[in-house]
Design a protein around this ligand. Structure first.
Ligand code: FAD
Ligand code: MLT
Ligand code: ZN
Length: 487
């Protein structure tokens, strides 16, 4: 937590008292509360990377929207700061307290409310786990429009609150398009019922959009309606070895031309990512390709006719080989191999997390300079003499969502250390700004990037954001210290 020690607790917020505890106990059963037990509180106070740690004394796990409303109303009237929390898989320190904020966790808000098998619209509680929803839909011929490595733990409410992108955004678009309605509890306890399932509704400002990507700073999302695509009948995956980043781009352009409507993912990782995967034996089995390429790409197709789709994939691969864009590749032969190939890509975050500490950046930048950023940071750390097996920084790796122009730059280190942080930040953000990028493509701002917002948003944009925050949360109880720069 190196850099964040400058933060001070805002003394406008009240500290938890016995009266408050009595109130929470009057609303929630014992199973819905964790109070003052450090071991039980730990998983809620510490984030997935073990980078951020708060010291909340109380976790509330409401089961109904009404309970959320009663709790928030009370917190607002008593100036008790709160952190909304879903599956606690966020990567920017947004879902854990900074000090003693009360954690309102959505674990128990986990009911599917309805599904329309004709329109494909799903309405559910915010605490439903993404993978549980996807499995529910699979039985009905549908799928969730987003997928990410954290699917087994993250909640749909957390996904909406972070506007999560993930592995198939290039095919199914962002949550700003697929979310049809939200139920949100505002800080004063008002239940905003905007849980529409309509595809089209042009009656005024689209208020739900404000909450998509609001990272818990405006209210607690309690219900979500989402448009779900039908589950493709034919899916296949290829992993290819590529000898230059220019050819990664060429392969992407070729995939759009040759696979067009059946292309459903285009991901990449570099040789350092592979080295890390192997070191931690994440995938468990042998890597199915030569391991001496600087880059690998994973291409997924999803369509409705296996024979047609396989033929398209074959034509695509032939074109890549003929034009020497790709040197080598494997195509999955069955569902198990599809899962194995995906686990290479999805295992990278876990492999990074094993290093001890990992600095994670999720940048949007033009593909033409995409990998330059990784090389530039690597050179910078090398020149500073901190990069190497027995040095502070172990490795600099690049992977990500080529199809969305979203680079994941990860720097693995022995521990979180201000010397490293200062070498990377704000350098990475300056670099991003100079290339007209975004300092967060998908993980959000949280605590990590609140004070760096200016690298991606103009003063007038930040001013409007602050006005919206002030208007909806005048006491500032919702996820304080995060998202917006300190005054
Ligand atoms: P949490 O971590 O609990 O919370 C995240 C933020 O949302 C916090 O600010 C919190 O206050 C707020 N919040 C949570 N629930 C609510 C609610 N109901 N109402 C209001 N605010 C709320 N992200 C991507 O975008 N793409 C990826 O591909 C991706 N892959 C990942 C892979 C791994 C292995 C891991 C660990 C993370 C990955 N992430 C990815 C990041 C993370 O999974 C997403 O940000 C996810 O959407 C967070 O959901 P959560 O339920 O865990 O939210
Ligand atoms: C991913 O694409 O794997 C996720 O965004 C998580 C990460 O970057 O670690
Ligand atoms: Zn990602």
């Amino acid at each position: 937590a190196d850099k964040y020690t400058y933060l001070h607790r805002n003394h406008n917020f009240k500290e938890l008292t016995q009266d408050d505890i009595r109130f929470f106990a009057s609303i929630l059963p014992a199973s819905g509360l964790i109070i003052d037990n450090e071991d039980d509180l730990m998983p809620y106070n510490v984030d997935w990377m073990r980078k951020y740690r708060g010291k909340s004394r109380l976790v509330a796990r409401p089961k109904t929207t009404k309970q959320v409303s009663q709790i928030l109303k009370y917190c607002n009237e008593n100036k008790l700061a709160v952190v909304p929390q879903g599956g606690n898989t966020g990567l920017v320190g947004g879902g854990v307290p900074v000090f003693d904020e009360i954690i309102i966790n959505t674990n128990n808000l986990n009911q599917i409310r309805s599904f329309d098998p004709v329109a494909g619209t799903l309405t559910c509680d915010a605490g439903c786990i993404l993978e549980v929803l996807d499995n529910y839909l699979a039985k009905r011929g549908y799928m969730m429009p987003l997928d990410l490595g954290a699917k087994g733990s993250c909640h749909i409410g957390g996904n909406v609150a972070t506007n999560a992108g993930g592995l198939r955004l290039l095919r199914y678009g962002s949550l700003h398009g697929s979310v049809l309605g939200l139920e949100v509890v505002l800080p004063d306890g008002t239940i905003l019922d905007n849980l529409s399932t309509l595809r089209k509704d042009n009656t005024g400002y689209d208020i739900k959009q404000l909450f998509i990507g609001s990272e818990g700073t405006l209210g607690i999302i309690t219900g979500v309606s989402i448009l779900t695509p039908s589950k493709p009948k034919a899916v296949n995956v290829a992993v290819l070895g590529v000898n230059s980043f220019q050819n990664v781009q060429n392969a992407f352009v070729t995939s759009k031309n040759k696979l067009s409507e059946i292309l459903s993912a285009f991901e990449f990782w570099d040789s350092n990512s592979l080295k890390l995967l192997k070191a931690h034996n994440i995938q468990g089995t042998k890597f199915p390709l030569e391991d001496n390429y600087p880059f690998y790409v994973l291409v997924e197709i999803s369509g409705s006719n296996k024979d047609h789709d396989d033929e398209k994939l074959q034509n695509f691969l032939e074109e890549l080989l003929t034009n020497e864009i790709v040197k080598d590749g494997v195509v999955a032969q069955d569902d198990t191999q599809i899962a194995t190939l995906w686990s290479l890509r999805e295992g990278i975050p876990e492999a990074c997390s094993k290093a001890g500490a990992v600095y994670k950046y999720d940048i949007s930048i033009p593909l033409s300079v995409f990998y330059q950023m990784v090389e530039d940071i690597r050179n910078r750390l090398q020149s500073a003499g901190v990069l190497g097996e027995d040095k502070l920084v172990k490795d600099v790796i690049g992977y990500g969502h080529i199809g969305d122009g979203n680079l994941h730059l990860n720097i693995t280190a022995k521990s979180y250390d201000p010397e490293i942080t200062n070498l990377i930040e704000p350098y990475v953000y300056e670099w991003t700004e100079q290339h007209n990028g975004s300092i967060s493509a998908e993980h959000g701002l949280g605590l990590m990037k609140a004070n760096y917002l200016r690298y991606s948003k103009s003063p007038s944009m930040i001013s409007i954001m602050k006005q919206i925050k002030q208007n909806i949360d005048p006491n500032g109880i919702m996820n304080p210290y995060k998202f917006l720069p300190a005054q």
